[in-house]
Design a protein around this ligand. Structure first.
Ligand SMILES: Cc1cc2nc3c(=O)[nH]c(=O)nc-3n(C[C@H](O)[C@H](O)[C@H](O)COP(=O)(O)OP(=O)(O)OC[C@H]3O[C@@H](n4cnc5c(N)ncnc54)[C@H](O)[C@@H]3O)c2cc1C
Length: 367
């Protein structure tokens, strides 16, 4: 989120200091999966429209950065496959298919929620346990998280107007005076965007009066990377919270657990083994694929679950940009663009769902 914000600020020629307590891209965004999954196409609302527009526009945003840096972000609109274990789910899926025809339109481009008897490719998803058939969604995409953060970082390292300070932690803020105390000294600012992942919640909470609860929490996730000689164009498989994502370089990512309580934030355990077993049962070609990495990270989940964006109601100079929870990768570029425009006092040229606004999250945490 912060990297995208710095990209947008750089494009506007705004003098920017990007500080990171670690190295760029090593937080929750330094993971393995990078699934870009649309919301369901039914019950359409501003939040779904925002995500749809973001998922469509990400493709050209990434292409532009790739052209500027000469690096690949490992992006592909490879779609998604969802097995339907029961016949009645097929009826529901057919309804969603009509919803997608109506709502998944961007100019001339159309995206679909096909309902199929068989998977569109063989040897990838096991056909057993899918009495209702399969959904093949053509809007879903994926990106390689570490490749994307490397592209963003490479762009920023060359950008005029951007100064990067790594291994520098924000310690305290006096937003009204425009003063940030960091582990490397004091920084004076005109506007400050807090995009510190789950650590944004206490940082913003300290600046907020009347809170009865924290503004959000960290939700741990575990994932794994397998080495497998599969086509990187294969669609992402999704079933009951399990994702199987084919990437370039003979890599397949498996994820993710969702843990509200945990003792060790960055270690993996038997919960990941169970996911790996489930993935191997679903995808025969992964049965013997070796695990080359196990990884865990902390997602930022805002109190009202949606992303948390916007000017702080008590501090004009302070802007929140966090709470992407499980869908940050598909939204970050748009949320960050909005955050930078808000910081600059410019109009945001697209609608921001009310449920994203920091002020709304603060209301919920104040009850
Ligand atoms: C296992 C797993 C699988 C996931 N899969 C997907 C997926 O498939 N698709 C998807 O869209 N999302 C997925 N997510 C969620 C996604 O990774 C996160 O929502 C996203 O990375 C959050 O990005 P962020 O920029 O808000 O936070 P982060 O990437 O955590 O970045 C926050 C940055 O702030 C810095 N920071 C923190 N505190 C301070 C401080 N005091 N001073 C200075 N710097 C500070 C950190 O060092 C870090 O670099 C997954 C998450 C997990 C854990």
């Amino acid at each position: 989120m912060g990297l995208w914000a710095a990209v947008h600020a750089a494009r506007l020629g705004i003098d920017t200091v990007l500080i990171d307590a670690g190295e760029l891209g090593q937080g929750a965004s330094g993971g393995l999966l990078g699934a870009l999954m649309p919301h369901m196409p039914d019950k359409w609302n501003p939040k779904k429209q925002f995500q749809f527009d973001a998922l469509v526009s990400l493709e050209s945003e990434i292409a532009a950065l790739e052209a500027e840096t000469g690096l690949s972000a490992g992006y592909r609109r490879s779609g998604r496959l969802i097995p339907l274990p029961k016949p009645h789910l097929r009826t529901i899926a057919l309804g969603h298919s009509e919803d997608a025809e109506q709502h998944w339109q961007a100019g001339e481009r159309r995206f679909h929620w096909h309902v199929l008897d068989r998977p569109p490719v063989s040897g990838w998803l096991e056909a057993a346990d899918s009495e209702g058939g399969f959904v093949h969604d053509t809007l879903a995409a994926r990106v390689a998280p570490r490749s994307l953060t490397s592209v963003l970082a490479a762009f920023l390292r060359k950008a005029m107007h951007v100064r990067i300070m790594e291994n520098v932690a924000l310690e305290s803020l006096d937003p009204d005076a425009g003063r940030a105390r960091t582990s490397a000294g004091t920084i004076l600012f005109d506007r400050c965007i807090i995009a510190a992942g789950h650590q944004s919640f206490p940082l913003l909470g300290e600046q907020t009066s009347g809170l009865a609860k924290p503004l959000g929490q960290a939700v741990k996730g575990q994932a794994a990377l397998l080495k497998a000689d599969v086509d990187p164009d294969l669609p992402t498989i999704f079933r009951d919270g399990l994702y199987v994502v084919a990437h370039e370089g003979e890599h397949v990512a498996i994820g993710s657990t969702s843990e509200n309580r945990f003792d060790e934030p960055f270690s993996t355990d038997a919960q990941l083994d169970a996911l790996l077993d489930a993935a191997r049962a679903l995808v025969p070609s992964l049965r013997d694929a070796p695990v080359i990495e196990r990884w865990a990270g902390l997602r930022p989940k805002a109190i009202d679950r949606d992303p948390m964006l916007g000017r702080h109601p008590e501090h004009e100079r302070l802007i929140a940009l966090t709470g992407g929870f499980k869908v940050s990768f598909g939204l970050a570029h748009r949320l960050a663009q909005a955050a930078v425009l808000i910081a600059a006092g410019d109009e945001v040229p697209f609608e921001l769902p009310d449920s994203f606004l920091l002020s709304g999250h603060i209301r919920v945490a104040s009850r």
